[in-house]
Design a protein around this ligand. Structure first.
Ligand SMILES: *Cc1c(COP(=O)(O)O)cnc(C)c1O
Length: 420
């Protein structure tokens, strides 16, 4: 459930009319709902309330905006980071270093040092050499790094190839059959406290069966390691739960997921860690846009909006679907294509889609844009970097400014050898 709804014929974000935001901030603009974020955080936490010990770290890459992170920090969430930039954001938003999990397949030695320096709570190790480097660096700093080994359980999450991460050909995790020996070698190193395992098999998952199979495999490995005398006090179950991008296509709820986790992990006697991203932020944001033209097409009309692939990359990158809804719907429907102004045919949000009839100047939203939306935005075609707004009841605030071309140009230089 979210707080973007039509009331008395026009769309609101909580108690703020969308048209009001467009008037004050301009378009395109991302609009987040604080109440929706909080609701999603609580629903997720409540779904896991039967588990004896949990830790939830929001996957910051899904939405790294400081205000969004602040809302989640106040809900008690830690952060799952994949870069030092994300670590800085998590700390700036009030997340505790001890509640930060450092994931990612390409952490540099410098990243490891910076994270140790800040007191990051857990490192998810992706390969043996990384663990060896982490141990050396921690030792040289007089510290011990708490770590888990990320395993690749070799299951197909049944999701889009570009967001699948748990098959043996993916770059993530160590092969599960090599994990026991590797864990033993890493556990013997000074400077490193190996405490468990991690996995994450993909994103936008609609089918719980592959996640369950992966969890069963990792649980068996955890029990095997404990049987061999290692301390195993945590298993990081990753993120990946899907969200409904398209009306009528409903993923398993956090409650159903929570029931599965409780059943599968019974008796593990560990702290279970979770890294949700999309399921928390996805439906807490929309991309508000204005129709520039409705261009008659040869087959279908093209609705040309002022948002483009540089603002919301998911359709161009993953063929993703985002529902498109008018802010002042007339009740009339048309079948049309929706595209942005960028000079790429890939800058198309939808083809042959039945949508609210819109005309030049009308406002509309792309729904479910709160995750992997603004964070993937670029300035391609020298467009401004899209701003972000957060609504709280009948108030709203700009939480990321529009970065205009003047500012981008100011960060560039013509070198001396070209100045004559
Ligand atoms: C991307 C990612 C997540 C979050 O995935 P969602 O599908 O957004 O829940 C969690 N953990 C890791 C390691 C990731 O790479």
């Amino acid at each position: 459930m979210d707080h973007f709804a039509i009331r008395e014929g026009r769309m609101f974000a909580e108690d703020v009319p969308m048209a009001h935001i467009a008037e004050k901030v301009g378009t395109p603009v991302y609009v987040y709902s604080r109440a929706t974020l909080e609701r999603h955080a609580r629903v997720f936490r409540d779904a896991l309330s039967a588990l004896p010990s949990i830790h939830i770290a929001f996957a910051i890459k899904a939405n790294p905006n400081l205000a969004v992170l602040r809302v989640l920090a106040r809900e008690g969430f830690g952060g799952d980071i994949v870069s030092i930039g994300e670590m800085k954001r998590a700390l700036a938003a009030g997340m505790k270093a001890a509640d930060i999990v450092f994931s990612g397949v390409g952490k540099t030695r410098g990243d490891l040092r910076d994270a140790l320096d800040a007191g990051v709570g857990q490192f998810n190790i992706e390969l043996e050499e990384e663990g060896v480097a982490l141990a050396e660096i921690a030792k040289s700093m007089g510290k011990t790094a708490t770590a888990v080994l990320r395993v690749n359980p070799d299951v197909d999450a049944g999701t889009h190839a570009k967001i699948s991460t748990g098959k043996s050909e993916n770059k993530f995790g160590v092969p599960i059959d090599q994990a026991p020996d590797m864990f033993g070698r890493l556990a013997a190193l000074d400077g490193l406290a190996m405490r468990g395992l991690a996995l994450h098999i993909g994103s936008q998952i609609f089918d719980l069966d592959p996640i369950e199979r992966a969890y069963v495999k990792v649980g068996a490995l955890a029990m095997q390691l404990r049987g061999a005398g290692f301390v195993i006090d945590r298993v990081d179950l990753g993120g990946g739960l899907g969200v409904p991008y398209e009306r009528g296509k409903v993923p398993p709820s956090p409650a159903i997921y929570g029931e599965m986790v409780a059943r599968v992990t019974k008796g593990w006697d560990v702290t279970l860690m979770f890294e949700p991203g999309r399921v928390i932020a996805g439906n807490a944001g929309v991309l508000l846009t204005r129709v520039i033209w409705v261009k008659p097409g040869i087959v279908r009309p093209y609705v040309i909006v002022d948002a483009a692939m540089n603002d919301l990359a998911r359709p161009a990158m993953y063929d993703a679907w985002h529902d498109f809804e008018a802010v002042l719907p007339s009740g009339e429907r048309v079948v049309a294509n929706i595209a942005g102004p960028v000079c790429e045919s890939g800058d198309t949000f939808a083809m042959n889609r039945e949508i609210d009839a819109v005309k030049s100047g009308d406002l509309a939203v792309f729904r479910t844009a709160g995750a992997y939306g603004a964070t993937m935005a670029s300035t391609y075609n020298s467009r401004a970097l899209v701003p972000e707004v957060m609504v709280d009841g009948d108030k709203f605030a700009i939480v990321a400014e529009r970065v205009v071309p003047e500012k981008l140009i100011a960060a560039e230089q013509v070198p001396d050898f070209l100045k004559d």
